[in-house]
Design a protein around this ligand. Structure first.
Ligand SMILES: C[S@@+](CC[C@H](N)C(=O)[O-])C[C@H]1O[C@@H](n2cnc3c(N)ncnc32)[C@H](O)[C@@H]1O
Length: 324
């Protein structure tokens, strides 16, 4: 006899998560730990309707927002076939995706129901990739450390999952406030400073510097404004933003699994996959995604946590509104 009956809403949510995970795995299969993290982000963001005009700040190649919005890509497409600078990833910390490539051809099976008005990012090559999705009405290259190239009250909704990448964080938050309409909202998904502790750093004596350098690959250098929860909330207050909702959605367990992941060997996996004949690549990719879809679906539970202390969450979604 079953001891409990599943709540239908939970069953639908789990099914949706598994479908989303499959879509993220399809494009990020060689970095499966990013696929489950994006599934957690998308699941949490789904609580916030993004009414237009909408701005996606630090949109990158746009694939996260495209898949979040219900877009689907064919199995023949993934971000790795057009990756470059592979020999410079491990030691020079190059971004393998920040390259222009003729191989980048997203084969769209389904467009999201709604387009996003504006996508903005620092990197021109990523914006070119976003353009190939035909999902943003407009794409703007801009450094978010500077005053935003938009008028006051331009947007009803703003989304950003990379605020901790921005050095000039106080100006950035003030600018978000300025360009948000009265009654509009800003959704920020921010990593917390405890991410630095959810690593193998405590075992440096046993593992050695080189081990941690290979695993870390300069990640922390790209996150200059990580902060604890209290400091993020003080920054929001200072910028004239009030917190309407704060939803922790990535646990210490998620962060520690992600910390090791396949990051160190990704450049080699990419080279190997791209050296395969298209038929073999597609068939291995399909089996890989089937297996990882099963393995990672338990990770897509926002509450999954194997640590029994009350650790700080690794990432929080804030819904912010301009104060009057
Ligand atoms: C982790 S990626 C996230 C991309 C996208 N939102 C996603 O979920 O896939 C961080 C993004 O922030 C962008 N970025 C970093 N610093 C920036 C800056 N100062 N101004 C604008 N974009 C920046 C990077 O180019 C990159 O696309």
């Amino acid at each position: 006899m079953p001891t409990s009956i599943a709540n239908p809403a939970e069953v639908i949510q789990q099914t949706t998560n598994v479908d989303k995970l499959r879509q993220f795995l399809n494009v990020y299969w060689l970095r499966p730990e990013n696929a489950f993290w994006m599934t957690l982000r998308s699941d949490t963001l789904a609580r916030c309707p993004m009414n237009g005009p909408a701005l996606d700040v630090c949109c990158g190649d746009g694939l996260f927002s495209f898949i979040h919005g219900g877009g689907e890509l064919d199995l023949s497409f993934d971000v790795f076939s057009a990756a470059g600078q592979l020999d410079d990833v491990t030691n020079a910390h190059a971004d393998m995706f920040d390259v222009v490539s003729d191989h980048y051809k997203p084969t769209v099976v389904r467009q999201p129901d709604a387009k996003i008005d504006v996508g903005m990012d620092l990197k021109a090559a990523l914006l070119d990739k976003a353009r190939a999705l035909s999902f943003y009405q407009q794409l703007k290259q801009h450094d978010a450390n500077e005053v935003m190239p938009f008028g006051d009250d331009s947007f009803q909704s703003i989304y950003c999952n990379a605020a901790y990448w921005i050095e000039n964080i106080d100006l950035f938050l003030q600018e978000l406030r300025r360009i948000t309409r009265p009654g509009g909202c800003i959704v920020l998904q921010v990593k917390l400073a405890c991410m630095q502790d959810y690593t193998l750093e405590a075992f440096r004596d046993q593992l050695g510097d080189r081990f941690l350098e290979i695993i870390g690959r300069g990640r922390l250098d790209t996150w200059p404004t990580l902060a604890d929860r209290n400091s993020w909330e003080k920054r929001f207050e200072k910028a004239g933003l009030s917190v309407e909702d704060a939803c922790p959605f990535v646990t210490r367990t998620h962060a520690q699994i992600w910390d090791v992941g396949l990051r160190p060997i990704a450049p080699l996996l990419v080279k190997m996959a791209n050296g395969l004949k298209p038929d073999s690549r597609a068939s291995i990719k399909k089996d890989w995604c089937d297996l990882l879809g099963e393995l990672l679906s338990p990770m897509c539970d926002q509450k999954l946590d194997f640590f029994n202390d009350s650790s700080e969450p690794a990432e929080i979604q804030y819904v912010l509104r301009p104060t009057k």
